[in-house]
Design a protein around this ligand. Structure first.
Ligand code: NDP
Length: 243
């Protein structure tokens, strides 16, 4: 039986891509998955699949930029299952463009979802985990947290921030039973690039995404970190295509 059997895992941005696949995999291993995103119809369909396969799932509409909605999903997890073993701060957006295109609304959206969203997960989850004396944060960054690529300056800046926040969180929680993992995917098949409105960035991404990984590659990395014994903190995982 998996170490994850009976564990309560909250996943943000679970209506597609990496979050969706991770929810399916965790549920198949016996975890109670508590899944949030804005598109409820996607969550309902996913929940129906998971339940059809005998899994345990709770859905909650979630906009990670709104602190009260993050509080609501963590509260729902506690009410239904009595604990929160892990929070996967996965929700993210990537409307890429060059700085000179001045797509300021898109910069702000990336800052709000990719940085503020992760901070809201921490603000809500940390007091819960400290009280419990256990818990695990998995924050999803990107290879863009290590290197800036053309048209991705602001996106990379948000992911550098996620990496810094994750490192600081680990330093502050060490020895308290709380584990902190940064998962940084390379290019992965998902809906992430659909929000790109800039033609130059879209063309660049088409080429870049040719060797994209399947989402299962990232979901398996997340499961690896979660399945370790409590004394093991998998601090950072970077997953890239081998081709
Ligand atoms: P998807 O676009 O398929 O998934 C993104 C998820 O985030 C969706 O479920 C979306 O749901 C959700 N989301 C977006 N905005 C919000 C919001 N305000 N509140 C709550 N949920 C939100 O892309 P991926 O699966 O690829 O992305 C998952 C993570 O992986 C992101 O953090 C991304 O930056 C990161 N990543 C992805 C890579 C890739 O190549 N795919 C590479 C490196 C990192 P909804 O719209 O229903 O709210």
């Amino acid at each position: 039986m998996s170490e994850l059997n009976g564990k309560v895992v909250v996943i943000t941005g679970a209506s597609s891509g990496i979050g969706e696949t991770t929810a399916r995999l965790l549920a198949s291993l016996g975890a109670h998955v508590v899944i949030g995103a804005r598109r409820m119809e996607r969550l309902e369909s996913l929940a129906s699949d998971i339940q059809g396969d005998g899994g345990s799932v709770l859905i909650q509409q979630l906009d990670v930029t709104k602190l009260e909605q993050m509080q609501a999903i963590i509260g729902a997890a506690q009410s239904r299952f009595g604990r929160v073993d892990a929070i996967i701060n996965n929700a993210g957006v990537m409307p890429l463009s060059s700085l000179e295109a001045l797509k300021i609304e898109e910069w702000n959206r990336m800052i709000d979802v990719n940085i503020r969203g992760v901070l809201h997960g921490i603000a809500t989850g940390l007091p819960v985990m400290k009280k419990q004396g256990f818990g695990h944060f998995i924050n999803i960054a990107s290879i863009g947290a290590y290197e800036v690529t053309p048209t991705a300056t602001v996106y990379c800046a948000t992911k550098y921030a996620v990496r810094a926040i994750t490192d600081g969180l680990r330093q502050e929680t060490v020895g308290q039973g709380i584990r902190v993992t940064l998962v940084s995917p390379g290019v992965t098949e998902s809906e992430l690039a659909d929000s790109i409105t800039d033609n130059q960035a879209r063309e660049f991404m088409k080429e870049y995404r040719r060797n994209a990984l399947p989402t299962t590659a990232i979901a398996r990395a997340i499961v690896y970190a979660l399945e370790q014994p409590v004394q093991v903190d998998v601090s950072e995982l970077v997953i890239k295509p081998s081709m």
